[in-house]
Design a protein around this ligand. Structure first.
Ligand code: NDP
Ligand code: ZN
Length: 371
């Protein structure tokens, strides 16, 4: 059986197989009145997928294994670009044939104060694009697949100027950094931003901060990404492997955005004094569940700064980000990999090793799935 009864995707049922998802057929979620089916054209690979497949963000078993309804396997993928092939009867935000993007969120209540104030990513009933249970028990399945089904709110219109493989990483990674950068620097004169961790999210954060008018410092563990970061538009480069790397940086930044996937190299006691008064250290990086922040309260007493976090972004912000990319002509640095069991495995394995400059997009879905 194939679409619409069944989708096909690359799935695991045991986290130890995280690097070798296998081609599987699976039942989609029930088709809701505001649901959209996307025939996938390409899909970025985000580090969150490594954490999800390895089950590193929880001490519980994979959610799909205990679900009473739906697949017992897990497909990930949440930087989807594709074509709308079906819409529920109440859908008004897109139509069959549109090219749309889908990020890491697939549903929200759309009624609460957060949903009604363009903060739907913080809705208490938010459902991620994969690994999250719907109220009926079905665990959401992602976009390394022939098709993906999501609420229309999270299917974003894509400007014609940006090719699919380059716009895919903006759906999660780009949006995740755009939201806190914009919210923290808008209205400020000559803002200075530091971006920590020059990977998928970090490299987009450099370009987005520049486009929003900031002076940007790229902060990395060593020097290997220095030339690239400057090409992306960074004004300064800081290698934290250098002793005294923070000398002279007290009272410098309006925002420090942490995009690192581990806290192991993060010296908050050295970073926080670099913020201006009452400014924010915002972490979007989400490490292994057993990792912590280690920080002395006195490190952020003298500037009254704040430690915070940020989750994804809103539909409004996703649309604004793509318009910004068109206006300022920046694009994620993408290496494409043809989708297949071997291709998915290669992308995940190389991302796990840090062997990526700076985002993979899986392509060729129509050829592979015959869609
Ligand atoms: P990447 O692997 O592409 O980049 C992560 C970067 O972290 C690396 O390039 C590296 O930068 C830095 N880093 C620091 N310490 C380590 C370490 N011990 N091992 C490996 N890298 C390290 O990941 P992504 O950009 O795709 O994702 C970054 C983080 O953001 C992940 O934790 C992901 O789960 C999270 N995320 C959070 C979202 C949210 O809503 N908050 C949404 C999407 C992703 P360098 O070499 O420059 O030091
Ligand atoms: Zn992501």
């Amino acid at each position: 059986m194939t679409y619409p009864e069944q989708f096909q995707g690359f799935a695991i049922s045991d986290p130890k197989d995280w690097a070798t998802p296998k081609l599987t057929s699976f039942q989609p979620k029930n088709f809701g009145p505001r649901d959209v089916d996307i025939e996938v054209e390409c899909c970025g690979i985000c580090a969150s997928e490594l954490f999800a497949l390895k089950n590193d963000w929880t001490h519980e078993p994979l959610a799909c294994l205990s679900s009473k309804y739906g697949p017992k396997t897990q497909v990930v993928g949440h930087e989807v670009v594709g074509k709308v092939v079906a819409v529920g009867p109440e859908v008004s935000l897109c139509k069959v044939g549109d090219r749309v993007g889908l990020g890491a969120q697939a549903s929200a209540c759309m009624q609460c104060s957060r949903c009604q104030s363009s903060n739907e990513q913080y809705c208490a009933q938010s459902i991620g694009t994969y690994c999250n249970p719907y109220p009926d028990g079905y665990v959401s399945q992602g976009g390394y697949a022939s098709h993906v089904r999501a609420h229309e709110q999270f299917c974003f219109p894509i400007p014609p100027e940006i090719p699919s493989e380059l716009v895919a990483p903006l759906q999660c990674g780009g949006l995740t950094v755009f939201s806190p950068i914009k919210r923290n620097i808008q209205g400020k004169k000559n803002p200075r931003v530091a971006i920590i961790g020059i990977g998928g999210l970090g490299h987009m954060a450099i370009m987005i901060s520049k486009a929003l008018g900031a002076e940007v410092s790229a902060v990395s563990r060593g020097y290997s990404k220095r030339d690239d970061a400057l090409k992306m538009g960074a004004d300064h480069f800081i290698a934290t492997s250098e002793p005294n790397w923070n000398a002279g940086l007290d009272d410098t930044f309006d925002l420090i955005l942490n995009c690192a996937s581990s806290t192991s190299s993060l010296d908050l006691n050295a970073l926080l004094p670099c913020l201006k008064v009452n400014c924010n250290f915002v972490s979007v990086g989400l490490p292994h569940i057993d990792e912590d922040f280690k920080v002395k309260p006195f490190s952020f007493f003298h500037n009254g700064c704040n430690i915070g976090s940020s989750k994804l972004g809103s539909r409004e912000e996703a649309i604004e980000l793509m318009q910004l990319a068109v206006k300022h002509n920046f694009r994620p640095w993408v290496e494409t990999i043809k989708v297949s069991e071997a291709g998915v495995s290669e992308g995940l394995t190389r991302l796990d090793k840090g062997d990526v400059r700076y985002r993979f997009t899986l392509t060729g879905f129509h050829d592979f799935f015959g869609t």
